[in-house]
Design a protein around this ligand. Structure first.
Ligand SMILES: Cc1cc2nc3c(=O)[nH]c(=O)nc-3n(C[C@H](O)[C@H](O)[C@H](O)COP(=O)(O)OP(=O)(O)OC[C@H]3O[C@@H](n4cnc5c(N)ncnc54)[C@H](O)[C@@H]3O)c2cc1C
Ligand SMILES: NC(=O)c1ccc[n+]([C@@H]2O[C@H](COP(=O)([O-])OP(=O)(O)OC[C@H]3O[C@@H](n4cnc5c(N)ncnc54)[C@H](OP(=O)(O)O)[C@@H]3O)[C@@H](O)[C@H]2O)c1
Length: 444
């Protein structure tokens, strides 16, 4: 019997478990599945952890999510085609839910599919070696400190790529008398109330963590971009300046001459694709981009078709794109999709990468990732979902952000699965301080 190891039970790992379970439901014989998860529960980054650094066993904490995190895109863009928000919540809910609500939704489908039985929790994969025929997976059960080795025909890498921070150093950091942390270790904006905060970076973490600090009472927030400013219309207490040059004691000096006192520096400088458990020739090496190299259809490792990667792209689309990838990977493993010749694989990868390299702005990037997702969707039995509507939603969302970065989360979108139009939330995001599911779900 074919054996498949799935590493990670975040949204991507759960997508492929659900994909197999759907095939089984339809009467197909599925392979033997083992999913390894280093945390004690499922849901990946959505499973909030107060911990930073390492866990009680000395294993690095993968979690980068923080308190008061609200979805940064409309939920209608990530909805599962086979499990709608309406089905889960039994009532329409607003378009930008906080983390706990999305976590509940992710787990709702996983529970319905009864896939927990495949997951070995508290079990870290330490090594994957290919012996020319099968993969030997070594895993550590952290609770009883035992190492187990098992052989598999296929490996599905679903360990995410927003867990290992990229941490640059700036002159003066060693002697800076305040707090320096990466966004990966950021947990609670309340810590920065009345503080002068510098956030370095110009992508989603920089945007959201800067706004969080402002919302929860920081005295000032200065964002230092490296290449391009985000350029939103920030509130008065916030500004964007160009690149940190150095720190002199508590003073920060930027390349554009701006100088100011600072209490805390939050590095939102991105993450590394990090797979310490994989042999070199199986390892994806890439930055955070929309089409990582050497992955056929963004999934199958070009140099060994029995190892597949899920969710390794930079992400506009998330959960339903992960699903399309998972359904594709499942069908390759179950021999329902036959891979073309090496030459055609290379041509296909080149085609996508050439297109990706020519992209100039977020609108083109949205189009690119929508086309990529539709290309995958077309070849499996993942249920119908209106990706054209999702494309339009993403573009409206971009415009809403440009119009007003403080209010874009108050908008409402229609479902690409059920057509349901989301209600407007009872409290505008800028005034909503409590991120609990209880408060979000109750009417005001
Ligand atoms: C701060 C932050 C906010 C985000 N907010 C949003 C949002 O609002 N909306 C959105 O759509 N997306 C958001 N994302 C994007 C996020 O990447 C996806 O939503 C999603 O979590 C990716 O799923 P994944 O399964 O690929 O990875 P993860 O969620 O990272 O899950 C990977 C899993 O693999 C496990 N693992 C890692 N290494 C091993 C190992 N060696 N052995 C065993 N298990 C292992 C981890 O414990 C984890 O459970 C956010 C990301 C970050 C960092
Ligand atoms: N729900 C939410 O609200 C929320 C909140 C946070 C994050 N997220 C998600 O988290 C994921 C990761 O986002 P991310 O912003 O952490 O990573 P990212 O999108 O990969 O961006 C990395 C950023 O780091 C900057 N950078 C790299 N090296 C730097 C240096 N030496 N000095 C200054 N800046 C440097 C880059 O700048 P250049 O552009 O100049 O290279 C870029 O702006 C995304 O999927 C995002 O959607 C969501």
């Amino acid at each position: 019997m074919t054996k498949v190891a799935i590493i990670g039970s975040g949204p991507c790992g759960l997508s492929i478990l659900r994909a197999f379970q759907q095939a089984e439901e339809k009467g197909q014989k599925i392979p033997k599945l083992v999913c390894y998860e280093k945390q004690d529960d499922w849901g990946g980054l959505w499973n909030y952890s107060w911990r930073t650094g390492s866990d009680q066993y000395g294993d690095p904490i993968p979690n980068s999510m923080y308190r008061y995190l609200w979805s940064n895109g409309p939920k209608e863009c990530l909805e599962f085609a086979d499990y709608s928000f309406d089905e889960h919540f039994k009532q329409p809910i607003p378009s930008f839910p906080p983390r706990e609500v999305l976590y509940d939704y992710i787990l709702g489908r996983a529970k319905k599919a009864n896939i927990k039985k495949y997951i070995k929790f508290n079990t870290t994969v330490n090594q994957v070696k290919f012996n020319g025929n099968m993969f030997e997976v070594s895993s550590l059960n952290k609770k009883d400190n035992t190492v187990t080795r098992n052989n598999f025909d296929y490996i599905v890498v679903a360990t995410g790529h927003f867990s290992v921070p990229y941490i640059p150093e700036y002159k003066g950091m060693k002697t800076f008398p305040g707090r320096i942390l990466h966004g990966h270790d950021f947990r609670d904006a309340e810590e920065f109330r009345n503080k002068e905060v510098i956030v370095l970076g110009s992508s989603y973490s920089a945007e959201d963590i800067a706004l969080q600090c402002y919302k929860y009472g920081a005295k000032s927030v200065t964002i230092g971009y490296r290449n391009n400013p985000m350029g939103f219309k920030w509130p008065d207490e916030m500004k964007e300046v160009h690149y940190l040059d150095r720190l002199e004691g508590k003073k920060a000096i930027f390349k554009d001459g701006h100088e100011q006192n600072v209490d805390a520096i939050i590095l939102c400088s991105g993450y590394l694709h990090h797979f310490p458990y994989l042999e070199e020739n199986l390892k994806l090496k890439t930055g955070n981009r929309l089409y990582p190299p050497k992955l056929y259809k963004g999934v199958v490792w070009q140099d060994n078709h029995k190892i597949m990667y899920l969710g390794m792209q930079d992400q506009f689309h998330t959960f339903n794109m992960f699903d399309c990838q998972a359904w594709f990977a499942r069908d390759v493993i179950m021999n329902k999709i036959h891979l073309p010749s090496e030459e055609k694989i290379q041509d296909d990868i080149n085609k996508w990468m050439t297109q990706e390299e020519a992209l100039e702005d977020p609108i083109q990037m949205i189009d690119f990732q929508t086309e990529y997702t539709k290309d995958l969707h077309a070849v499996s039995d993942y249920p119908n979902i209106d990706f054209e509507l999702i494309r339009e939603h993403f573009k409206s969302w971009e415009h809403h952000k440009e119009e007003n970065i403080m209010t874009y989360r108050n908008n409402s979108f229609a479902s690409a699965v059920t057509g349901t139009k989301a209600p407007i939330h009872h409290t505008p995001w800028a005034e909503a301080m409590d991120d609990s599911m209880y408060t979000f779900m109750k009417s005001k």
